[in-house]
Design a protein around this ligand. Structure first.
Ligand SMILES: Nc1nc2c(ncn2[C@@H]2O[C@H](COP(=O)(O)OP(=O)(O)OP(=O)(O)O)[C@@H](O)[C@H]2O)c(=O)[nH]1
Ligand SMILES: [Mg+2]
Ligand SMILES: [Zn+2]
Length: 327
C-alpha cells in the first residue's frame, strides 16, 4: 500500500539537541526528529536547527514528525563559547528584537558584557533594547539594599546616567522590577505582536520577567547563590512561548561569557554605532582608533562625545588574540 506523505510546516519552539518541538498552529505541537544534515554555508554550529526556525516536516505513523528541510532564516544570533572548543551555538532564529536583561548587582552585569552582547546583536542585525531589572533593590538616592557587597555603592542616579549613555548611542533602556511588576506594561507594549529574544546572565530574572509579562506562563525560576550572588542556570534550553496578548517570547539560558563571532579587528568599530558614525572622519581609512594621529574617535573620546566605558569595552575587545589582524 502506498502511504501518501504530507508535508507540514511549523516553527521550532524548543530544542533539546535531538528532539525538536514544532508548533504547527495554536493548538498543535509535534515532536520531531531530523533527517539528513542541515548545514548553513560558512557557519559551523553545534545545533543545526534552532528555536525560531521554520521547518517542513512529515508525520510518521507514531505521531512524531521528521524534519526534512528548514526555510531560509530572516536572521539568527550565535553565541560562541569562550572555552577552548570555541563552539558556536545558534541561540535563536527569525527574531524581531532582543531584550538584554541586565542587573547592576545581584548578579552584577559588567559593561564589558553588555557591550559585547550589543556588538554581537549589531553584527547579526538584531535590534536590541536593554532592560534594567530588579530596580526594587534600589531606593532613590540611597544605596542598593541588596546584600551583594560588590554593588554597595550603586545609586539610582548612577543607573540613570548609565541609561542616558546607552540611549545616546541608540539603545532604548527600561527600568523594571519583574517581582514587583513595576513597569511591566511597558515591556508588554514593546513585545506585543513581535518575536522577542530575552538574553542576559543567569539570575538576572529573565524567566521571572517573562512570567510577569504573561501570567499564563509558569516558567521555572531559580535562586541566586548566597555566596557568589550569581544565578544557578535554571533555564537550560531556549524555548519560545506564545504571549496571550500577541507575539512570542524566547526565554534563554543565562550567558556566562560571550565569545566573539569571527570578525576582523577593523570591523569591530562598525558595530559600535557611535564609532561607526564618526570613523569616516579619521585621517587614515584603516584607522583602528587606538593611537593613530587625527583619529576622530579618540578626539570624540577626549571631548566626551564618546563614552569612556564604551571605548574601554572596545579596547578590551581589540586586545583579544582571536581577532584577525590582517585587512
Ligand atoms: N528583587 C528582585 N528579585 C528578582 C527580580 N526578578 C527576578 N528576581 C529573582 O532573581 C532570581 C533569579 O530569577 P530567574 O528568573 O530564575 O533568572 P533567570 O535570568 O531566568 O536565570 P537563568 O534561567 O539561570 O538564566 C529569582 O530568585 C527571582 O525571584 C526583581 O525584579 N527583583
Ligand atoms: Mg531562566
Ligand atoms: Zn580612528
Amino acid at each position: 500500500m502506498l502511504v501518501s506523505r504530507v508535508n507540514m510546516r511549523g516553527t521550532v519552539i524548543k530544542s533539546t539537541g535531538s528532539w525538536y518541538t514544532v508548533l504547527v498552529d495554536k493548538d498543535t505541537k509535534v515532536e520531531c526528529g531530523i533527517k539528513g544534515k542541515f548545514r548553513i554555508k560558512g557557519i559551523k554550529t553545534t545545533n543545526p536547527i534552532a528555536v525560531g526556525d521554520k521547518v517542513i516536516f512529515e508525520m510518521e505513523k507514531d505521531g512524531r514528525g521528521v524534519i526534512n528541510s528548514i526555510e531560509n532564516r530572516k536572521n539568527y544570533i550565535i553565541r560562541k563559547s569562550i572555552n577552548l572548543s570555541k563552539q558556536s551555538h545558534i541561540i535563536a532564529a527569525n527574531v524581531d528584537q532582543a531584550l538584554l536583561v541586565v542587573t547592576l548587582a545581584y548578579p552584577r552585569t559588567s559593561f564589558g558584557f553588555i557591550d559585547r552582547f550589543l556588538l554581537t546583536a549589531e553584527a547579526y542585525h538584531i535590534p536590541t533594547k536593554i532592560i534594567f531589572n530588579k530596580i526594587d533593590l534600589f531606593e532613590k538616592d540611597t544605596e542598593l539594599k541588596g546584600i551583594d557587597k560588590s554593588a554597595k555603592n550603586i545609586k539610582m542616579e548612577e543607573l540613570d546616567q548609565i541609561i542616558k549613555s546607552y540611549e545616546k548611542v541608540g539603545y532604548k533602556c527600561y527600568k523594571v522590577s519583574a517581582t514587583k511588576k513595576t513597569d511591566i506594561e511597558v515591556i508588554q507594549g514593546i513585545t506585543k505582536d513581535k518575536t522577542t529574544l530575552i538574553a542576559g546572565h543567569s539570575g538576572v530574572g529573565k524567566s521571572t520577567l517573562v512570567n510577569s509579562m504573561d501570567s499564563n506562563l509558569n516558567l521555572k525560576v531559580g535562586e541566586i547563590s548566597d555566596v557568589h550572588f550569581k544565578g544557578k542556570h535554571t533555564t537550560t534550553f531556549a524555548a519560545m512561548h506564545p504571549l496571550a496578548y500577541g507575539g512570542f517570547i524566547i526565554d534563554t539560558p543565562g550567558i556566562k561569557e560571550l565569545g566573539l563571532v569571527d570578525m576582523e579587528k577593523y570591523e569591530i568599530s562598525n558595530y559600535f554605532p557611535e564609532m561607526q558614525a564618526l570613523k569616516s572622519k579619521c585621517k587614515f581609512n584603516n584607522c583602528l582608533h587606538i593611537n593613530e594621529p587625527k583619529c576622530a574617535i579618540i578626539e570624540a573620546l577626549n571631548n566626551g562625545e564618546i563614552g569612556a566605558s564604551r571605548y574601554n569595552s572596545y579596547m578590551g575587545i581589540m586586545k583579544e588574540e582571536d581577532l584577525e589582524d590582517d585587512y
